[in-house]
Design a protein around this ligand. Structure first.
Ligand code: ASP
Length: 338
């Protein structure tokens, strides 16, 4: 077989049957020219043995959420409880400036939060640009379980949360307020690395039950009312109970234009492993978009119904965390670049 560097997309497609993603990833990097096509993804002849429960989340900070999710499951909670409780850990962490309490505010100095949750039965709940709420993930779950709707936004989402008995919380910490005041002087756009992150947490239970959720304060100093990909079902998160679950972190404006997480799950439905599906989604978006992949900030984690997992993104620094009954680890995801 040709080495990856020698493969053009065309020649690769013609040798597709023999190739695997592992053949193409060199030093954890994959180039758009070395694309998989959906034909390259070979369906397993027999189902792999399920290795679950497993929780997979974005970034190193996801580890705490994973472990809380695992503990919730061990204590008798169901998969949705596990996802919710896991994400609540991240939301309450004041040192995390991209999720929940202590998150970076919008341009007006207000912390506006996005979150969603989805289960294996295609039920979903979501809140967008919600203010004064410590745990948007829990409000998203209440939207799913107690209303006829999937998504509530802004003042209506806040009103609903308070009606459900949730006490309002000031989400802007003094430290973030001071940073915002400094930012007001220059109003300089933050770099991709410092401006945003999301906790996206997906999991596969012992019996193959899949669930997922995500939560973020979004793009730092965004325009008031800006909504990212995270609360949009199919963009920041998608769960197909018969296939797998995927979640995103990165620039929401780019992820949402391609329904990124839905694409990852669709690639898994066609036989890709979770890692292959994340890689193929990033490549597919990179091929279509005029922006260079390195400027798009598209990063995904995924798990399938067998408990297999993976992550890949266009950001070289993208990392993800995995927790199984054997323990947790955080590692570099595959970097996909042109
Ligand atoms: N995707 C989130 C947003 O655009 C932020 C991130 O994950 O970095 O709001």
């Amino acid at each position: 077989m040709s080495s990856p560097a020698q493969l053009s997309r065309r020649t690769f497609l013609s040798t597709a049957a023999a190739a695997t993603v592992a053949d193409l990833v060199v030093g954890n990097r994959l180039s758009a020219e070395e694309s998989l096509s959906t034909q390259t993804v070979t369906s397993p002849t027999a189902d792999p043995v399920r290795q679950a429960p497993v929780f997979v989340s974005t970034w190193d900070f996801g580890r705490v959420a994973n472990e809380k999710a695992m503990a919730t499951l061990a204590a008798g909670g169901d998969m949705l409880d596990a996802i919710e409780q896991g994400i609540r850990e991240t939301e309450v962490d004041a040192d995390n400036h991209s999720v929940g309490f202590g998150g970076t505010p919008n341009a007006d100095g207000v912390v506006q939060l996005d979150a969603c949750i989805m289960n294996h039965l295609y039920n979903a709940g979501s809140v967008a640009a919600i203010e004064d709420i410590l745990h948007p993930i829990s409000v998203a779950r209440l939207v799913m379980e107690r209303t006829k709707h999937v998504m509530l936004a802004g003042a209506g989402a806040r009103k609903f949360a308070l009606e459900q008995g949730i006490e309002p919380t000031e989400m802007l910490t003094e430290e973030r307020r001071q940073k915002w005041q400094q930012w007001l002087k220059t109003q300089q756009e933050m770099s991709l690395e410092e401006s945003h992150d999301t906790i996206a947490l997906v999991g596969c239970g012992t019996d193959g039950t899949l669930s997922g959720g995500c939560s973020t304060s979004g793009w730092g100093y965004k325009l008031a009312g800006r909504v990212g990909d995270s609360p949009i079902i199919g963009s920041g998160l998608y769960v197909d109970g018969q296939v797998g679950a995927a979640g995103a972190t990165g620039l929401g404006e780019n992820v949402m234009r391609y329904c990124g997480s839905f694409q990852v799950v669709e690639f898994m439905a066609r036989g890709a492993t979770p890692e292959e599906a994340c890689i193929e989604t990033v490549l597919s978006m990179g091929r279509k978009d005029p922006l260079p992949l390195k400027d798009m900030s598209l990063n995904f984690v995924a798990v399938d119904r067998f408990g297999r997992y993976g992550g890949a993104g266009s950001d070289a620094g993208f990392r993800y965390s995995v927790t199984t009954v054997e323990g947790s680890q955080s590692s570099d995801a595959v970097t996909v670049q042109e």
